[in-house]
Structures are given as structure tokens and as C-alpha cells.
Design a protein around this ligand. Structure first.
Ligand SMILES: NC(=O)c1ccc[n+]([C@@H]2O[C@H](COP(=O)([O-])OP(=O)(O)OC[C@H]3O[C@@H](n4cnc5c(N)ncnc54)[C@H](OP(=O)(O)O)[C@@H]3O)[C@@H](O)[C@H]2O)c1
Length: 231
């Protein structure tokens, strides 16, 4: 955490107090945004519950940090029954669920899957994700993801994903950092690294910044998703 963040946050001297203040505020911001999204038939309360779609290297690195920071973390994959060890390592009330259940219960969804999995996930779940916050850490890599990587690169990976998940409040972040270089909950307080991020909706910036801070990073706002072409 940088001094300027503490200053901007009101010179709170206790980091734990700041964290819970941010979480409470996050819930209010999200709920306000959901109410604003308005004409949805059944407006749902959005909370600081995070659905981690993907529980591999990236999903665990981030999920463990956010669980320790006080978010309610739900790990979801195609095989949630195999996530016992993942949930145990994360602790702090983290649990496993199907992708549909996790999305239903979360206000913030994190996609940490191979890029080629995104179209299937979008077909099955994009509708349920509308108006929710979507953090995308995925990179399109041709040797792993095949043709879709070429298509995504042509328009920009963030723009391509945001079109798949149309209607989400989309944040691209964390995709530049190796999963193995993240701090752990034990070392997060002394971590120093920058996290460039782009968004499709300026109102989601405070949420992006809170998530980055709570993972130990310093947010660097890069503008709209078109600027994510640079990284
Ligand atoms: N690793 C890094 O250092 C790093 C750094 C920056 C960005 N990234 C990007 O982050 C993304 C995740 O990378 P990773 O290294 O964490 O991958 P990983 O270790 O291979 O984990 C992928 C996870 O996605 C799940 N998954 C795959 N298909 C799915 C589907 N259709 N629905 C739900 N879950 C699905 C897998 O579980 P099941 O197979 O059980 O479903 C697994 O838990 C990739 O796009 C990668 O390019 C990775």
C-alpha cells in the first residue's frame, strides 16, 4: 500500500480498519450501481462476494489474497468437487461451487481461465453476469488457445472479451503479472508492484482500485479497453 492511498483514504492509520471500510463501501457502491442499472426485472443485491471462475495458478494467487483481505471468495470450475485443497489453502470462509452458483451469488466475477474457454462460458453465463463487475485476467495465447487468439488479437483481447460478456462492468487487470510473482497473504503488506488496468465504464474504477490494493498492488489507470491493446 502506498502512503498516498492511505492519505486519500482519509489518513486511516490501521490497515485492517481501512480494509473493512473499503469492503463496506464496496458493497454500497455495487448495490448503488445495481439499483442504477434499473430496469432489470429482478434487481439483485450485489455484494463483495467474488466468484473466481478458474482455480488454477492465477485463480488461486488472487483468490487467496482476496479471501484473506475479507472478501467472500467462491472458487468455480468445471469440477468444483475437486477444489477441496484449493478451498482449504484459501481459508477465511472460501468455498467451491459450480460456475452458475458462484455467478449467482457474487457481485464481482473474476475470469481466470484459458482464453479459449471464454466463448463457452459466455454462452452459458453471460446473461447472468449482466451489470455485474467482471475482472478479466486472461491472455490469448495462440499456441494454447488456437484460432480465437488470432481473432482476439485483431480487435484487442479486452475488447473481444468484453463483447462476449456484453453488459458487464468490465475490468482488464493483473494479466501482465506472473501468478508466481504475486505476494501471499503473509507478505501482502510489504508488496510493491504496479497493476495497469483498463475499464469499459468509468464508474467501475473505484472497485478496480480496491481490488488491486487488496491484492497488494498499486493501480495504474490506462483508460478504456482500447488501450489494453498495449499489454
Ligand atoms: N499463470 C500465470 O502466470 C498468468 C499470468 C497472467 C495471466 N494469465 C492468464 O490467466 C488465465 C488463467 O491462467 P492459469 O495459469 O491460472 O491457468 P490454469 O492454471 O491452467 O487454470 C485454469 C483454470 O480454469 C479452469 N477452467 C478451464 N476451462 C473452464 C471452463 N470452461 N469453465 C470453468 N473453469 C474452467 C480450470 O479448471 P477445470 O479444468 O477443472 O475446469 C482451471 O482451474 C489464462 O488466460 C492465462 O493466460 C496467467
Amino acid at each position: 500500500m502506498t502512503m498516498s492511498y492511505h492519505v486519500q483514504a482519509g489518513l486511516l492509520c490501521c490497515k485492517g480498519a481501512l480494509r473493512y471500510l473499503v469492503l463496506g463501501w464496496l458493497a454500497v457502491v455495487c448495490a448503488g450501481a445495481a439499483a442504477h442499472a434499473a430496469q432489470e426485472p429482478e434487481p439483485r443485491p450485489i455484494s463483495s462476494t467474488i466468484a473466481m471462475i478458474g482455480a488454477g495458478d492465477m485463480g488461486q494467487a488472487l483468490g487467496n489474497l482476496w479471501a484473506a483481505a475479507g472478501y467472500r471468495v467462491i472458487f468455480a470450475t468445471r469440477h468444483p468437487d475437486r477444489l477441496g485443497d484449493v478451498v482449504e489453502r484459501a481459508g477465511h470462509g472460501a468455498r467451491a461451487a459450480t460456475v452458475a452458483e458462484a455467478i449467482d451469488q457474487a457481485g464481482i466475477i473474476v475470469l481466470a481461465v484459458p482464453y479459449a474457454a471464454e466463448p463457452d462460458i459466455a454462452r452459458a453465463h453471460a446473461r447472468a453476469m449482466k451489470n455485474k463487475v467482471l475482472v478479466n485476467v486472461d491472455n490469448a495465447i495462440e499456441r494454447r488457445d488456437g484460432e480465437i487468439a488470432k481473432q482476439a488479437e485483431a480487435v484487442g483481447e479486452a475488447i473481444y472479451s468484453a463483447r462476449l460478456f456484453e453488459g458487464t462492468r468490465f475490468i482488464r487487470a493483473f494479466n501482465l503479472k506472473s501468478a508466481h510473482s504475486f505476494p501471499t497473504p503473509d507478505t501482502v503488506d510489504s508488496a510493491e508492484f504496479e497493476v495497469p488496468y483498463t475499464v469499459n465504464d468509468d464508474s467501475v474504477r473505484p472497485i478496480a482500485e480496491a481490488l488491486i490494493h487488496d491484492a497488494g498492488g498499486t493501480p495504474v489507470y490506462e483508460g478504456g479497453l482500447e488501450n489494453a491493446r498495449e499489454y
